[in-house]
Design a protein around this ligand. Sequence first.
Ligand code: C2E
Ligand code: MG
Ligand code: MG
Length: 578
Amino acid sequence: MDNNDSFFKKLTSSDGHVRPEIIEAIFYNISEGIMLTDENKIILSVNPAFEIVTGFLATEAVGSNPRLLQSGMHTKDFYMKMWDTIDQCGRWSGEIWNRRKTGAIYPEWLTVVAIKNSAGEVTNYCGVFEDLSEKKIAEREIQIRTNTDTLTGTENSYSFANRMEALLKASKEKDFTHALLFLDMDRFAQINESLGHSVGDQILVEVVERLTPLIRNKDILARYGGDEFVIALSNLHHPKEALQFSENIIKLFEEPFIIDEHTLYLSASIGISLYPHDGENTELLISKAVKAMEHAKKSGRNQYAFYFEDLKLDKDNGLLIDHELRKAIKKEEFELHFQPKIDLATQTISGFEALVRWTKSKLGFVSPDVFIPHAEETGLIIPLSEIIIEKACLAWLEMNKMGYGHMNIAINISSIHFHQANFVDSLRKILEKNNCSPHHFELELTERTVMNNEDEIIRRLLQLKEMGFKLSIDDFGTGYSSLSYLVQFPLNYLKIDRSFIQFISTAKEKQAVVDAIIQMAHRLNMEVIAEGAEQIEQVELLRNMGCDMIQGYYYSKPLPLDEAKDYLEYWKLETEGK
Ligand code: C2E
Ligand code: MG
Ligand code: MG
């Protein structure tokens, strides 16, 4: 009040009258717009700043109602409240959108004061306003700067943290899964050092350009710092989507980066953590994703990894099997074991079934009954089958070298692989590459694979038969029990499932079924292989029923190649010795 008092004293001349020249100087020179109305809100006077901001000349404004400036941005209610406040408190201040004469709307900070006479009646209203549009632009600029990475134009770590916080807050008590991917470029420092920061910068810009099309509306991409990026994938149906996404990122780097005259091949390592499984706040999720990323780097770069403890803990989680499988396929961490099939009539080894084993698995022993279905679900069965077929070829070549080339090797064929358009071709190629003839191989198909009597399937089977492959139906009896296909298909062998053989010595009805299967198969010119015989009684019963071959623990478990080779030698000595 002291200040105001002295200010007003200076406005007043010694005779007690207000000095109009001072008021005028302020009115004309101040940068705020001023508008004075009468008690009925009819404009009496405006200053030059008013004219500049609104575009209306004093002559146009005077005599009108301030509604002249209304932008249409505010409701009636808004204005009513504003005037209520002025009537009750004598003043109102706030941000308001008005319209210039040109039609453009702009924000202003407006103060309206009611001026009263000595009787306390309102005689005038005075509005003072400041154009905020410049300020708003500057504010927006500042906001963009604080939320945006200036080099790449994507969001920065500050903005990422804010948006993550909002996302996680909204996810509380909801059953949402989000993934946080931490991406770090491989060997980026080397590029910066050898080619200079400008090349490095251009790469980072291009990385964002490549990543952006993958990012959906609800996802967040941000540059975390240096050559690091973070991506949040929200509301996943299945964590597998994060795997698929990472795979797509890895693919983005297959194309070289062409910067100036350099053609640069780059890659990235990605670590993945999952909300809420690995943590419920951004910090924790980032730190775990970073650990996973470091693990991916250590395991050879250009790959992705889930947070590691996860891998150890969750053996049954299909997701982890898929992830580990992918790595194992890359490194070919599979072996084949071979189980001999004994021809009962001649007491010779007629061949071996190749059974895949996943060696070096981080998950411990994983049965093919578990990982094969996963591989089928994800399509990984195709590269896996190719590895298996190749290894079966190499095994046959070794046995051939030992003089056992007449023996065939049976390979299990997944239904998914069989139905691939290029199945026959890919099989042919692998065999040719290894100089092997189809005559030495038997393909085991399940009933499920050949169940539909589609012409295409029959055509494909005939083609394989013509090439020289032997064909067998695996796990017979567990499938659809439709026998009609057996007549149509050019099959060599029928493998009776272990579940029938298991109880033949104790359950008469199982015996009858096995007996009937053997008779029927023989009528259709097929030989019968009994799977899973473990006891001498089972072997004798099967022999009496006319079963052609036995494959089971009674003779041998599946063996690693070296032991299978020893088994061949041992068998030879035994039978020659007899
Ligand atoms: P399958 O083709 O019916 O293979 C026979 C399974 O029975 C093998 O299990 C074998 O170890 C087991 N077995 C053999 N004799 C006996 C016995 O006397 N007693 C008992 N208890 N078991 C016996 P394995 O190796 O665990 O394979 C399981 C299944 O996984 C296979 O059943 C096959 O469907 C699939 N599989 C295995 N290797 C491959 C492969 O290389 N490719 C494909 N697509 N599938 C494979
Ligand atoms: Mg089999
Ligand atoms: Mg079988």
